[in-house]
Design a protein around this ligand. Structure first.
Ligand SMILES: NC(=O)c1ccc[n+]([C@@H]2O[C@H](COP(=O)([O-])OP(=O)(O)OC[C@H]3O[C@@H](n4cnc5c(N)ncnc54)[C@H](O)[C@@H]3O)[C@@H](O)[C@H]2O)c1
Length: 268
């Protein structure tokens, strides 16, 4: 390589195109609400072809109504393998490929371990962990076959730090983080797999915490920025991980946590 090769004209992408997601077929599960909704709207605004999948189709339709780029709503319950296989089939029929996949749905049951029913444990595991694996495997098959793709799994800062009353949730998020790393190793070099690990974000998922003043204040003050994130704040990191800008990154969990992890975790 001569010094002359190392000029901006020879870069793999011109700097102003590095974050481009225009025309990318982007599947978002959990697009009816919260972070999935924000990602679908953000990618739609940038001209991506967005597939909005959710068990709540009315909510997904509401999100889709705000998107002007090419898009499609698909009913998909991530607990049902058949639904995910149908999502893949419908996506390929409409757009012939999958460039980006956000595997997002998650629930929480906030109880001390000794009070958590086994059924509640199973419900959280089935959506947050098994659901992500089902999506990852079915969509990953397509990406591996086409020899390209960027997959992003929704983890949480609780993959790294702990807090009481999060035993099922934190277990799933730690597992999603490790799943992301293994899939990245298996599907390299053509398919990248990364995760995002947000702190508390203002979505319906954390309504219970936001409605309790003491709980909210204590939680908000755990991170350096002393606030919950806003759903749209997940969009920038999502574009980064989906696009050429991050093409040397795989198996990574990007923390979106206002410095919470850096501060050392939860303080009573
Ligand atoms: N909000 C936060 O503070 C926060 C923080 C860290 C991580 N996360 C993670 O982000 C993801 C999204 O959370 P959110 O805050 O946007 O929640 P949300 O409740 O606002 O949205 C979740 C979406 O997932 C859908 N969904 C639920 N079960 C489903 C299923 N079985 N099949 C298909 N869709 C289903 C819901 O209909 C909804 O549209 C979750 O994995 C969550 O754990 C959220």
């Amino acid at each position: 390589m001569s010094m002359k090769d190392w000029t901006i004209e020879n870069w793999y992408a011109e700097p102003w195109k590095m974050f481009n997601v225009e025309g990318k077929v982007t599947v978002v599960t959990g697009a009816a609400s919260g972070l999935g909704r924000a990602i679908a709207l953000g990618f739609g605004a940038l001209g991506a072809k967005v597939v909005l999948a959710d068990s709540n189709t009315d909510g997904a339709e509401e999100t889709a109504a705000e998107i002007t780029s090419s898009n499609m709503v698909v009913k998909c319950d991530v607990r049902e393998l058949g639904d995910i296989q149908s999502l893949v089939k419908q996506t390929l029929h409409a757009f012939q490929r999958v460039d980006v996949s956000f595997n997002i749905p998650g629930i929480n049951v906030r109880k001390p371990a000794l009070e958590l029913a086994y059924e509640e444990w199973d419900q959280v595991i089935d959506i947050n962990l098994n659901g992500v694996f089902r999506c990852a495997k079915e969509i990953g098959k397509v990406m591996v076959d086409q020899k390209s793709g960027s997959m992003i799994n929704m983890a949480s800062v609780f993959a790294e730090i702990v807090m009481p009353r999060q035993v099922a949730y934190a277990s799933t998020k730690g597992a999603v983080r490790q799943m992301t790393r293994v899939l990245a190793a298996e599907w390299a070099p053509h398919v990248r797999v990364n995760a995002i690990g947000p702190c508390y974000m203002e979505t319906p998922l954390v309504k219970q915490v936001m409605e309790n003043k003491e709980w909210f204040e204590n939680t908000r003050n755990q991170n350096m920025l002393k606030r919950f994130g806003k759903p749209e704040e997940v969009v920038g990191p999502s574009i980064f991980l989906a696009s050429e800008a991050s093409r040397l990154m795989t198996g990574f969990m990007l923390l979106l946590d206002g410095g919470w992890h850096c501060l050392g975790g939860w303080v009573q």
